[in-house]
Design a protein around this ligand. Sequence first.
Ligand code: ZN
Length: 151
Amino acid sequence: MVFTSHMSLALAEARAAAARGEVPVGAVLLDATGAVLASAGNRTRELHDPTAHAELLVIRDACAALGTERLTGCALYVTLEPCAMCAAAIAAARIARLYYGAADPKSGGVAHGARVFAHPQAHHVPEIYDGIDAARAGALLTSFFRDRREA
Ligand SMILES: [Zn+2]
């Protein structure tokens, strides 16, 4: 099943992020044919950059690789509901389809909070598929934050 394999790669990036001490969120960007353009996990601590979310890293990598600021026809898989910052970037990049795993009531900006794509200012709204492999994505986050509290 295609959905599962792409989310599996995003989950692998999330696990790698956790191993680096980063919040375990992973993302994968695919072109219109389904080929992987970029994959990444959060690197905010490593890069000293509060904008180094997995989604922004793959958008930057894919745009650089393609030499464009638009990712028309592309699909983004991410293990957690994007925050408002990333949702705005997804709109700006004109990404066609967004697949995400766990809901994020605390910091999400798609189904929660700012609800960027439901806002009248959203100039592009992707097709959105939520809950993809949500249990595994959520369990990664839960265990990461539990381990940090116990450390
Ligand atoms: Zn974000």
